[in-house]
Design a binder for this molecule. Structure first.
Ligand SMILES: Cc1cc2nc3c(=O)[nH]c(=O)nc-3n(C[C@H](O)[C@H](O)[C@H](O)COP(=O)(O)O)c2cc1C
Length: 244
């Protein structure tokens, strides 16, 4: 903690789970936002499933015809305006088919107007587009998955790391919770890890997340063999009920 960076005052959270407040994504995200709020910052939470977000048409209108502005009239323009005002943007997505879900991907594709068409190589040889505007919001990734084990998130993390690299942005934290049904059980076996998430929210807006907080939130909270056995028992029950 206390790495000397300026405090952040506005946090925008984008939750792409179609289950919205009933989902495990929201459960983790809310703990992070509660921590940030305790540090006295302004927090805004948007459920992307409630917004009209059409697919990018790949027309490059936003580069060559109306620079910085998409031709599609839906909710994305407002969302991009909100992002321009934010110091921190939290991308919260359930893991679907080994990556972010479709709603989040559809939104990320629509961020094309935020960059210019030109290509440039940075000092490390990374090719990127220059960003429009001065602001460089810090990125945070939050995700949950049904399978146990952090390995499930590898493709998603790689994608978000590359997105940050291309955008010249910092991906300050990857907050990953596997075995998501366990999060919903009472008592929750991951309470200590969720407390670390809350702390991470506070620490981030105050300057930076400590290594101990990052380590604590990723400590395992289920035994994979036991979890799988429990889940399969539940699934057999549910399947029996559906077939009967
Ligand atoms: C279409 C679909 C695909 C999924 N793919 C994966 C997957 O590849 N790996 C995994 O561990 N969980 C997968 N899951 C499980 C979800 O990550 C899990 O149910 C999570 O809790 C969903 O988040 P939510 O509760 O916020 O909606 C998938 C769920 C759905 C509906």
């Amino acid at each position: 903690m206390g790495n000397g960076r300026a405090a952040r005052t506005r946090v925008l959270a984008l939750n792409s789970s179609p289950r919205k407040e009933k989902g495990a994504t929201d459960l983790v995200l809310r703990r992070f936002l509660e921590g940030a709020e305790r540090a006295g910052v302004e927090v805004e939470l948007v459920y992307l499933a409630d917004r009209r977000i059409e697919d990018c048409r790949g027309c490059f209108h936003c580069w060559f015809v109306t620079p910085g502005k998409c031709r599609i009239r839906d909710d994305v323009e407002e969302l991009l305006d909100m992002m321009r005002e934010a110091d921190v943007v939290v991308y919260a997505t359930p893991l679907y088919t080994c990556s972010m879900n479709g709603i989040m991907k559809r939104f990320l594709d629509r961020m094309l107007p935020t960059v210019e068409p030109y290509q440039e190589l940075d000092r490390d040889g990374v090719c990127r587009h220059p960003r429009r505007g001065e602001r460089k919001p810090i990125m945070v990734l939050i995700s949950v998955a049904g399978f146990p084990g952090l390995r499930n998130f590898d493709p998603l993390v790689l994608t978000m790391e590359r997105l940050a690299e291309v955008g010249g942005l910092e991906l300050a934290a990857k907050i990953l919770f596997p075995a998501s049904p366990a999060l919903m059980s009472n008592p929750c076996p991951a309470e200590r890890q969720l407390e670390a998430v809350e702390r991470a929210g506070k620490e981030l807006v105050e300057g930076g997340i400590s290594t101990s907080t990052l380590e604590e939130m990723h400590e395992p909270y289920v035994e994979p063999e036991v979890y799988i056995e429990d889940m399969n028992r539940l699934f057999r029950d549910l399947c029996g009920r559906v077939e009967g």
